[in-house]
Design a protein around this ligand. Structure first.
Ligand code: SAM
Length: 278
């Protein structure tokens, strides 16, 4: 049976280019093009968008993005062994795929992209959270991207969408939900990947809001939540002592019981507290 784009199957691509997966590069490849096209569709209509993809590997998701009509795709791949396979895709989609070989943590992709921009990636697990935090904390808001559609280990995905009083609730949830709508849109078992990782995965779709959900200074909010969750089992009146004098009164003014614990407090109350601490 033919593939969605007439290019060789990903199994053949991997064999022909000898792309034996390397663990230190977080290489767990998606080989089912119907699945990668489905992931691409979770980001919405791509036809009027540029897409930034980190870590295309042999190009399974890249092909899904292009087949789903992305206006242009810019991909950044650290492993030079993948370049010939990616060049073959670029030839099949003239003018629509640009490939940069390098470390996504070191490269500023902005010069190569035109708004509106969507980030869509099956991220290498070792740098996934770091990239997400960077994208969520740009120097100015709105950021360069309109949405992020990202594959993570299931546990990281749960941390991004978590609500108060649940196991995974913490700083990442607050950071993501302060200026984005975030939801899990797909779940994938280990067998969806080659080689199969030890854990389940999930795709999170984040859409940026025009501004913060509740007003607060980002740096103060980050400091308060870091201190509160560093000792998440402690009462806030003791975990936040380092925030300066009068913290107990400020907690009360923000509508927070001083004896409450960080995991019980919602985003709106944390923002109110950050404004009082200012
Ligand atoms: N997108 C492909 C797929 O879905 O099958 C591959 C995903 S694999 C989980 C992660 C990819 O990121 C690998 O191709 C790996 O070589 C690449 N990678 C790892 N670290 C990177 C980095 N710092 N910068 C860019 N790419 C990186």
């Amino acid at each position: 049976m033919g593939t969605i784009d007439g290019l060789p199957t990903l199994r053949d691509v991997i064999r022909d280019h000898d792309l034996v997966a390397r663990k230190q590069l977080g290489q767990n490849f998606l080989l089912d093009l119907n699945l990668t096209a489905k992931i691409a569709r979770q980001a919405g209509d791509l036809t009027a968008c540029d897409v930034l993809e980190i870590g295309p590997g042999p190009g399974g998701l890249t092909r899904g993005l292009l087949a789903e009509g992305a206006r242009r795709v810019l991909c950044i791949e650290k492993d030079p062994r993948c370049l010939p396979a990616l060049e073959q895709i670029a030839q099949a989609y003239p003018g629509r795929l640009q490939i940069i070989c390098g470390d996504a943590l070191q490269i500023d992709p902005l010069a190569h992209l035109t708004a509106p921009i969507r980030v869509i990636a099956n991220l290498p697990y070792n740098i996934g959270t770091e990239l997400l935090v960077r994208w969520l904390t740009p120097p100015a808001w709105p950021p360069f991207w309109n949405s992020l559609t990202l594959m993570f280990q299931r546990e990281v995905a749960e941390r991004i969408v978590a609500k108060p009083r649940t196991e995974h609730y913490g700083r990442l949830a607050l950071l993501a939900q302060w200026r984005c709508d975030a939801r899990i849109v797909m779940s994938l078992p280990p067998e969806a990947f080659t080689p199969a990782p030890k854990v389940h995965s999930a795709v999170v779709h984040l859409t940026r809001l025009d501004g913060p959900r509740y007003p607060a200074d980002g740096a103060v909010l980050a400091r308060v939540t870091a201190m509160a969750f560093n000792q998440r089992r402690k009462m806030l009146r003791s975990s936040l002592k380092g925030m300066g004098p009068g913290i107990e009164e400020k907690l009360v003014s923000a509508g927070i019981e001083p004896t409450a614990r960080a995991e019980e407090i919602g985003l709106e109350q944390f923002c109110a507290l950050a404004r009082l601490i200012g």
